[in-house]
Design a protein around this ligand. Structure first.
Ligand code: HEC
Length: 259
């Protein structure tokens, strides 16, 4: 009998572990529908951003999303990293009005944006943003791609995931059915419709295309140094491989006489 008990303990531990791993999946099943996994240029150990995709995504953010969402960690000048020239960045920044100050008399004042400014919020404060959106808050998008478990897959699915609610679904007032949003109803009205933007590179602006482009752009705003991180990671792996080889050679030498 006593012989069995360690086995029993082990079995119980495995069962508990399996339950702990499975439980969240079971609980979430009714609530969240996983976003389909997409292919991205920045996937994998050698992934890089596709500059054309990022520029299209920026256009979608600027022309559509920025009406409600700020990106307060993204400075205009960083757009140079995705292929805009200094003059383009300057001209773009100047089209925005930025609150600065206080000036010598203690007043805040408005001025045209500069490349060092960040994308301003379209609303003066959170209360104003909520009042304009039926009580819901259009959150800052700078880091959203990292703040959601499925990152760009989730964003792309959410933006193209609007549809009619299934029969019998009780939709709250002012809410829209979206199967990828937790709870399946979201206060954001469908932001993208076919041909909402006109892409300079001639790409057809389908809802899926725009959703993907802006999701890639938001991945870049959330992790602008992704390419550097991946390059560094690769160098570190090579370094560790060489180091391992050296250690093996050294160990062989040290133990060579001890047969
Ligand atoms: C008319 C205003 C409006 C526009 C335009 C808009 N949004 Fe939203 N968005 C909202 C509001 C309001 C919420 C909060 C929804 C809620 O909490 O139910 C939201 C929520 C979100 C969320 C959060 C989802 C989550 O998991 O919490 C994301 C991501 C998002 N919007 C992305 C975008 C993108 C990308 C665009 C441009 C293609 C865009 N939005 C355009 C109003 C807007």
């Amino acid at each position: 009998m006593r012989k069995d008990s360690p086995m029993k303990t082990l079995r119980a531990a495995i069962a508990a572990l399996a339950f702990a791993l499975a439980a969240p999946a079971v609980l979430a099943a009714g609530d969240e529908i996983p976003a389909p996994k997409q292919k991205w240029s920045f996937d994998g150990a050698f992934g890089t951003f596709d500059r054309g995709e990022l520029q299209r995504g920026f256009q979608v953010y600027k022309e559509v999303c920025a009406a409600c969402h700020a990106a307060k960690y993204v400075a205009f000048r960083t757009l140079r990293d995705i292929g805009f020239s200094e003059a383009e960045v300057k001209a773009l920044a100047a089209t925005y009005e930025v609150t600065d100050g206080p000036d010598d008399s203690g007043e805040m004042f408005k001025r045209p944006g500069r490349p060092s400014d960040k994308f301003p919020s379209p609303f003066p404060n959170e209360k104003a943003a909520r009042a304009a959106n039926g009580g819901a808050y259009p959150l800052d998008l700078s880091l959203i791609a990292k703040a959601r478990a499925q990152g760009p897959d989730y964003l792309a699915a959410l933006l193209s995931g609007y549809s009619q609610p299934p029969a019998g679904f009780q939709l709250g007032e002012g809410l829209h059915y979206n199967k990828y949003f937790p709870g399946q109803q979201i206060a954001m009205p469908q932001p993208l419709n076919p041909d909402q933007v006109t892409y300079a590179d001639g790409t057809k602006a389908t809802v899926e295309q725009m959703s993907r482009d802006v999701s890639a752009f938001l991945m870049w705003t959330a992790e602008p140094k992704l390419e550097e991180r991946k390059r560094l990671g690769f160098k570190v792996m090579i370094f560790l491989l060489i180091l391992t080889g050296l250690f093996i050679a050294a160990k062989k030498r040290v133990w060579a006489d001890l047969k």
